[in-house]
Write a protein that binds this ligand. Structure first.
Ligand code: PHE
Length: 359
């Protein structure tokens, strides 16, 4: 076969190759180890210098033409494949989403958004802190020294090793360490809430090893227990969207507040919802609170004779259970799609005070 015919045939085969596999077959039959072009190139070795002078450039030209044609066809085939894929994988964004694919907002996330909305309206900012805490922020600075029995109450998950600075590390057992972090970095007046995860080694129908709290902290001059009471009442009424709510303020004890107050919400066991005084036959403890202990204020470098304040810590999951009528806490964290479908919220259901913070 003449070089010209070989070139014409091979170029035609390249142009006709309809897939990367077909093109590869053409490449192997021409340029492979025992390919036709390779065989021709091998004949150069047996030629006289004069013959080689003529045949060399011709055969090299043949090889170059075929190599270039192979590369060009490869490019073409790839862009055809890419275009086909782009067409096949195109999504019509105007089509409704298949119901099976619709996600929903977890009631805990929804309640956290509701809390942020209610407290923003009262002038509170949202603060955060780490879930892996050190012993000082979680306990000591909150007036819970090493030997304090309150440490045992918390069923703490400790890390086996201290950190690089020799601090004992743990999973925070409450959101109260955020009080400390805030007082150490901000100047009064302080008004914050700090929602987040907390951990305790505890598990039954109303306790899970991980749960959610929201901390509240107000520090300023001349803050009193009356301010705490008003704030909590306003918050609970806004949260449950009722004009009248039955709250029970019980004297209590926390090392970091003095005096300390626990707050129960009255509800009707018939509806499972918060109720006005006459219909209340059950109480659910939702939060602990009190006036920030002077020792905590001075541990943060503030003068307790100048600054006072109140703090509260509230179980978010319990609030969600009471507001949305769920009686078991454990399925909250089972990630069971059927539960989420039933209790979850639409992403469009953004809580606003004007539009309502409830469903
Ligand atoms: N940190 C307390 C708890 O987890 C709640 C609390 C917060 C009490 C702030 C008083 C003040 O039980």
């Amino acid at each position: 076969m003449s070089t010209d015919t070989l070139q014409a045939d091979t170029l035609a085969a390249i142009a006709a190759a309809a897939s990367p596999e077909a093109l590869e077959a053409v490449r192997v039959s021409a340029m492979g180890k025992s390919g036709s072009v390779t065989a021709l190139l091998k004949t150069l070795g047996g030629m006289t210098p004069e013959e080689r002078l003529v045949e060399g450039p011709r055969l090299n030209g043949l090889r170059e033409a075929i190599t270039a044609a192979l590369a060009a066809r490869k490019n073409e085939l790839e862009s055809v494949a890419l275009n086909a894929r782009l067409v096949a994988e195109r999504q019509d964004m105007t089509l409704p989403v298949a119901p099976a694919l619709t996600g929903s907002i977890h009631p805990v996330s929804q309640v956290m958004d509701e809390l942020a909305e209610i407290f923003a309206d009262l002038g509170f900012a949202v603060a955060t802190g780490p879930e892996i805490e050190d012993d000082w922020h979680n306990f000591s600075a909150l007036n819970i020294p090493e030997t304090h029995p309150a440490r045992a109450m918390h069923d703490t998950f400790y890390f086996p090793d201290a950190d690089a600075q020799g601090r004992k590390m743990l999973l925070r057992t409450h959101t109260s360490p955020v009080q400390i972090r805030t007082m150490m970095t901000q100047k009064p007046p302080i008004r914050i809430i700090a929602p987040g995860r907390v951990y305790r080694s505890d598990s039954d129908a109303t306790h899970t090893p991980m749960f959610h709290q929201v901390e509240g902290l107000v520090i300023d001059r001349g803050v009193t227990l009356a301010n705490l009471r008003w704030t909590l009442e306003t918050f609970i009424k806004a949260f449950f969207e009722v004009d009248d709510v039955s709250l029970r303020f019980r004297p209590s004890y926390f090392p970091f507040t003095e005096p300390s107050v626990e707050v129960d919400v009255g509800y009707s066991s018939k509806t499972g919802k918060p109720a006005a005084a006459g219909d209340v036959d059950k109480w659910l403890e939702v939060l602990g609170s009190g006036m920030v202990h002077p020792r905590v204020i001075s541990a943060c470098g503030l003068d307790p004779n100048e600054y006072q304040g109140f703090a509260f810590g509230c179980g978010i999951d319990r609030l969600a259970m009471l507001k949305y009528g769920m009686n078991d806490l454990r399925p909250f964290f089972d990630a069971d799609l059927r539960w989420l479908k039933h209790h979850g919220f639409s992403a469009f259901d953004v809580p606003t005070l004007s539009g309502g913070v409830g469903a």
